[in-house]
Design a protein around this ligand. Structure first.
Ligand code: IMP
Ligand code: MG
Length: 185
């Protein structure tokens, strides 16, 4: 059975996502100059698809770096305990940093990353997320650029996974309930 058969509903089509990414890129093009030379910090793995499409519309000089963080989770709930599994290669002291994330849910992951990066004395830190679930927020996060606000539903595709799969889907959707039952059984 194809992974496409596991999708119950498409929330955002490939065309909608690409159109929104172009708009977000224009917002960045208006905010940053070559002289800023911002560092785009991609939070792996989820944000890698978003980042790679986003940067191809940017017209200012910038650099990229990557971080892997893990939250100890109990089931589908984020526990708030975050560890850095892969840190930046770049020294961000005095640099303009833009964090690029796939989704902000409770806010625990971003809150940890934000405070951690701030201890390194960057010139600025801003946050861009493709998806935002404000109704789930447990810690306030200053989101500077947000692609889509979504309700409290578990979504996947376009970088977002369920059990490490479905990241390659070009759209964002929700799974059929029987997929969870199948994999949790
Ligand atoms: P937070 O710490 O609760 O904000 O969780 C952020 C992380 O949880 C994201 O980076 C995702 O990896 C994961 N996550 C939260 N909601 C979803 C979802 O609907 N689909 C896939 N992953 C999600
Ligand atoms: Mg993530």
């Amino acid at each position: 059975m194809s992974m496409f058969d596991d999708i119950e509903r498409v929330l955002f089509t490939e065309e909608q996502i690409q159109a929104r990414i172009r708009e977000l890129a224009e917002e960045l093009n208006a905010q940053y100059t070559d002289a800023d030379l911002p560092l785009l910090v991609c939070i792996l793995k989820g944000a890698v698809v978003f980042l790679s499409d986003l940067v191809r519309h940017l017209n200012f000089r910038h650099e990229m770096d990557f971080m892997v963080v893990s939250s100890y989770s109990s089931g589908t709930c984020s526990s708030g305990v975050v560890r850095i599994l892969l840190d930046l290669e770049t020294n961000i002291e005095g640099r303009h940093v833009l964090i690029v994330e796939d989704i902000i849910d409770t806010g625990h992951t971003l809150n940890y990353i934000l405070h951690n990066l701030e201890t390194r004395h960057p010139a600025s830190v801003r946050i861009m997320t493709l998806l935002n679930k404000p109704s789930r927020r447990e810690i306030d996060i200053p989101v500077d650029f947000s692609g889509f606000e979504i309700p409290d539903e578990f979504v996947l595709g376009f970088g977002l996974d369920y059990a490490e799969q479905y990241r390659n889907l070009p759209f964002i959707g929700v799974l059929k309930p029987e997929v969870y039952l199948r994999t949790e059984a």
